[in-house]
Write a protein that binds this ligand. Structure first.
Ligand SMILES: NC(=O)c1ccc[n+]([C@@H]2O[C@H](COP(=O)([O-])OP(=O)(O)OC[C@H]3O[C@@H](n4cnc5c(N)ncnc54)[C@H](OP(=O)(O)O)[C@@H]3O)[C@@H](O)[C@H]2O)c1
Length: 289
């Protein structure tokens, strides 16, 4: 294949800011206007930050979490608050039950409600190792962070959303899981990551079925190769692969690409599509000859 120019993504802090939109709070699920609250795990960096910006632009009040202390996340928080969005930061290791409980307690006392959960936080193995050499320690850490934590955060949030449906007029919850093309694309040098994302995909379907009777849709958003800190160490490798045609759309994914998809879901325009996967991969996973 021939080489061609790769469009470089815009750094996160220069993403175009979209105008807030007014919505009819009565008509669509997930669109309760300025009262509504979205929790984005890992919302101060990378794809999560792209999602947080997109939901802020939709008028959501935000809760975001991460493992860094609040000071380290301050520039992102200032960006999100720049046009008046209420943003609560919670330091929370998603893999730890007590942290998850404390985070939901804080959101409950700060906002009193939670309308959308976006399970975005995730980790790649600290070291890429062939399947034949990979360690159980890495497997446990990646699975705890990428699958077990979000799975049980979903359980806790789902129970709260079911309560809220009775208590708040017009309330309708929504859960969005950020998986990866690694849910189906094999990388033998980071098997634990692939297994975790395949698990997120099944978890999405499980929760979609379980929560359908409560009117809570659950979606999976599946990004491809996206320019963030997670992929900075393999930038040159993917620059070359993209130039050689790995991705039909011939550019890196941008966090805003995923953010825009999440915002579209949050508007409530996909009410009869629970459990479905929305690809954000520039066509990478289209089978080709
Ligand atoms: N980049 C890609 O090419 C790509 C492709 C497909 C899917 N994804 C998925 O997209 C999601 C975001 O990835 P990214 O590329 O934006 O990664 P990133 O730039 O490394 O950011 C990861 C975010 O997750 C947070 N996080 C990590 N471990 C956590 C934990 N134990 N508890 C709470 N928060 C935690 C981090 O918090 P701190 O900021 O506090 O460190 C950070 O905000 C991940 O689930 C990833 O698997 C990424």
């Amino acid at each position: 294949m021939t080489s061609m120019n790769i469009e470089q993504p815009t750094p996160n802090n220069q993403l175009p800011r979209r105008l807030k939109t007014e919505r009819d709070p009565e008509t669509k699920p997930g669109t309760q206007g300025r009262e509504a609250v979205a929790l984005i795990t890992g919302g101060t960096r990378g794809i999560g930050f792209g999602i947080a910006r997109a939901l802020a632009a939709e008028g959501y009040r935000l809760a975001v979490c991460g493992v860094r202390d609040e000071q380290a996340a301050a520039p992102s928080l200032a960006d999100l608050r720049a046009d008046g969005t209420d943003v609560l930061y919670c330091r929370c290791d998603i893999g730890k039950r007590d942290d998850r409980v404390a985070m939901l307690d804080r959101i409950r006392s700060h906002y009193g409600r939670l309308d959308i959960l976006v399970n975005n936080a995730g980790v790649a193995p600290k070291e890429r190792r062939d399947l034949l050499d990979a360690t159980e320690e890495s497997f446990e850490w990646v699975l705890k962070t990428n699958l077990q934590g979000p799975y049980f955060l979903t359980q806790a949030v789902a129970r709260w959303m079911i309560e809220q449906a009775d208590a708040i007029a017009g309330f309708s919850g929504m859960i969005i899981n950020v998986s990866s093309i690694s849910a189906t694309v094999v990388s033998p040098n980071r098997g634990e990551y692939c297994v975790s994302k395949a698990g997120v995909s099944m978890a999405t379907q499980l929760w979609a079925v379980r929560l359908a009777e409560f009117g809570i849709p659950v979606y999976e958003v599946r990004p491809g190769v996206t320019a963030t800190d997670m992929t900075s160490g393999v930038k040159e490798k993917y620059d070359k692969l993209i130039a050689d045609g790995l991705i039909p759309q011939r550019r890196w994914g941008d966090p805003a690409d995923t953010g825009n998809v999440v915002a579209a879901l949050a508007r409530g325009n996909f009410p009869y599509s629970t459990g479905q996967v929305i690809m954000v991969d520039g066509g990478l996973t289209i089978p080709r000859l």
